[in-house]
Design a protein around this ligand. Structure first.
Ligand SMILES: NC(=O)c1ccc[n+]([C@@H]2O[C@H](COP(=O)([O-])OP(=O)(O)OC[C@H]3O[C@@H](n4cnc5c(N)ncnc54)[C@H](OP(=O)(O)O)[C@@H]3O)[C@@H](O)[C@H]2O)c1
Length: 280
């Protein structure tokens, strides 16, 4: 099966490439296919004729986006629109990745977000990712949008950062009032693979590992598994100000995706597997 992957050097893309290695993959980085250029996207897709387009390209620098709105919008909104228009013309299915940031995270942390809950992003990253989702929905019928969160894998990520900090310091401060599901890129790639194999209904799905935690408790779990002796001190978001506001509640309900029969491991299980690989 011919599958075109954009943004092929990104963290998720590396996991997707590995997961789908037995398929006929066409891998493109930004120099080979810039998703913001619709003429090039159209020519490329017409030449290659993929059955699926997996869009792993994105502008993911959440803080920098606050000052680079135009660029963030081009990559996160115009790019997905281009891919959706061209996928529709070529009868290809578009698989796109979105984020918990589309919600804003103001809902009580006792509850989680379902796919159709009201969106109120208040960061440039979240706003432009939501524009990307909407552009896809307006432009084609054959699409999957997988909203994920707290992604880690082969690339710079929270787990790697905390391991390095934990080895160098006796104590680290970690935010204790933001809730979500850490998600291993390999497991998200497996979700995408299962969606293709099972031909689940088109639409938007929440796709993270199972279970919820805070960054603080997650860090304690990382140190426990990695046997790192470092004290973890809980701090509030107010004490840890960043240019872009972090959602307090990033809990994405997996009820809809689990009903399709797709299997998803817990975040604890995923972390064990990641650390075993990372620390070999
Ligand atoms: N990381 C997270 O915690 C997280 C959480 C929720 C959702 N997501 C979503 O998950 C998806 C994958 O994220 P990731 O962490 O794997 O991202 P990533 O590592 O930042 O990779 C994104 C890739 O897109 C490429 N790219 C940028 N502009 C492009 C363009 N115009 N045309 C083609 N490629 C372009 C980048 O290339 P350069 O490096 O050369 O710019 C990079 O290789 C994204 O949609 C992201 O929004 C991520």
């Amino acid at each position: 099966m011919k599958i075109l992957i954009t943004g092929a050097n990104g963290m998720l893309a590396k996991a997707v490439r590995n997961e789908l290695k037995n398929e006929d993959l066409i891998l493109t980085d930004v120099s080979e296919l810039d998703i913001t250029d619709i003429d090039h996207v159209r020519k490329f897709v017409n030449d290659v004729k993929p059955k699926y387009i997996i869009n792993c390209a994105a502008y993911t620098a959440v803080d920098k986006a606050e000052e680079q709105e135009e660029l963030a919008r081009k990559v996160n909104a115009v790019g997905p629109r281009n891919l959706a228009i061209v996928a529709n013309e070529a009868d290809a299915t578009l698989i796109h990745i979105s984020t918990d940031y589309v919600f804003g995270g103001e809902k009580s942390v006792d509850e989680d977000y379902s796919e159709m809950d009201e969106k109120s992003p208040d960061t440039v990253y979240g706003i432009t990712k939501l524009e990307g989702e909407n552009a896809i929905i307006e432009s084609t019928f054959k699409y999957y949008i997988f909203r994920t969160a707290w992604l880690y894998g082969d690339g710079n990520n929270f787990v790697r950062t905390m391991i390095n900090l934990g080895k160098e310091n006796a104590e680290v401060n970690v935010v204790n009032d933001q809730y979500g599901s850490p998600t291993y890129a390999e497991d998200l790639a497996k979700i995408i693979h299962q969606a293709i194999e099972k031909e689940i209904p088109y639409g938007i799905y929440h796709a993270t590992n199972i279970g919820y935690t805070t960054w603080y408790d997650f860090t304690k779990k990382i140190y426990e598994i990695a046997k790192i002796d470092c004290n973890v001190k809980p701090v509030s978001s107010e004490e840890f100000k960043r240019p872009a506001k972090r959602p307090k509640n990033s809990k994405l309900s997996k009820e809809k995706i689990l009903k399709t029969g797709i299997k998803i491991p817990t975040y604890e299980d995923a972390l064990e597997r990641y650390l075993n690989k990372e620390m070999r």
